[in-house]
Design a protein around this ligand. Structure first.
Ligand code: IPE
Ligand code: IPE
Ligand code: MG
Length: 228
């Protein structure tokens, strides 16, 4: 892989867990469980390649209105990740960051997510960003209100610093698995110049090899940023 053509920041819309389970006559929750394992493997892979930021869309603001049993299953997976798997991530000198409106989540999860960030190594080489109860529209409205409360006009840099993603570089590449061709309220402001990659592969089946295909497609793109 040409290191010069490696994205600094990759975002993944991890879609297709439910359909993956349905195809196997399994409950949707098992699709989410399998998706979580895929996500863990991809984070390790991305880190090894030298990608510095991976943002995973784990729960949208709109997903919060799914049936309670599905949400409970997802919350259980977040609990598992932030109590167990996270230790391995720390050991590899990586940190987690969480973006989204945490206030609507069960209190024990809010605490786990906040502690997960706080306990992260200070000199981390890799950042895994979890988008949980995340929605770009809510994020932007939030930032506008913060600016209004301060009574200050903002420029683009200042506005970025009021978003949940403050301090993170904009994503270079956004991948969506599961066949849908839309962004579903993910990083709308930040992805102004991101390259987009869509695949029909359902997220649990999105292997390191599939991830590499997306990187290869990215490496073949010409990013002009409006110039000639
Ligand atoms: C994405 O998979 C994960 C979450 C939204 C939590 P889905 O649950 O949307 O899976 P499909 O789209 O129904 O297959
Ligand atoms: C997007 O998937 C959200 C996540 C992957 C977390 P959805 O399944 O919720 O998106 P839509 O409803 O198909 O747009
Ligand atoms: Mg979906």
């Amino acid at each position: 892989m040409d290191i010069n053509k490696l994205p600094l920041h990759v975002g993944i819309i991890m879609d297709g867990n439910g359909r993956w389970a349905k195809k196997r006559l399994m409950p949707r929750s098992l699709g989410h469980k399998s998706g979580m394992n895929t996500m863990i493997r991809l984070a390790e892979h991305a880190q090894k390649l030298g990608i510095k930021y991976l943002t995973v869309y784990a729960l949208s603001t709109e997903n919060l209105s799914r049936p309670k049993d599905e949400l409970d299953g997802l919350f259980g997976l977040f609990r598992d990740y932030f109590t167990e798997n996270i230790k391995k991530l720390y050991k590899s000198n990586s940190r987690v960051k969480v973006i989204g409106d945490l206030s609507a989540l069960p209190e024990d999860i809010q605490k786990l997510l906040i502690d997960g960030e706080k306990d992260s190594p200070a000199d981390a080489q890799f950042t895994l960003v979890f988008a949980i109860n995340y929605g770009s529209r809510a994020e932007i409205v939030n930032a506008v209100n913060a600016a209004v409360e301060k009574g200050e006009k903002v420029d683009e840099g200042k506005f970025s610093s009021l978003l949940y993603t403050s301090g993170l570089p904009d994503p270079d590449l956004i991948i969506r698995t599961g066949g849908e061709l839309r962004l579903s309220n993910f990083l709308l402001y930040q992805s102004a110049y991101a390259e987009l990659y869509f695949t029909d592969v359902l997220f649990p089946d999105f292997s390191a090899k599939e991830f590499d295909k997306a990187l290869k497609a990215y490496a073949g793109r010409t990013r002009r940023f409006g110039k000639i």
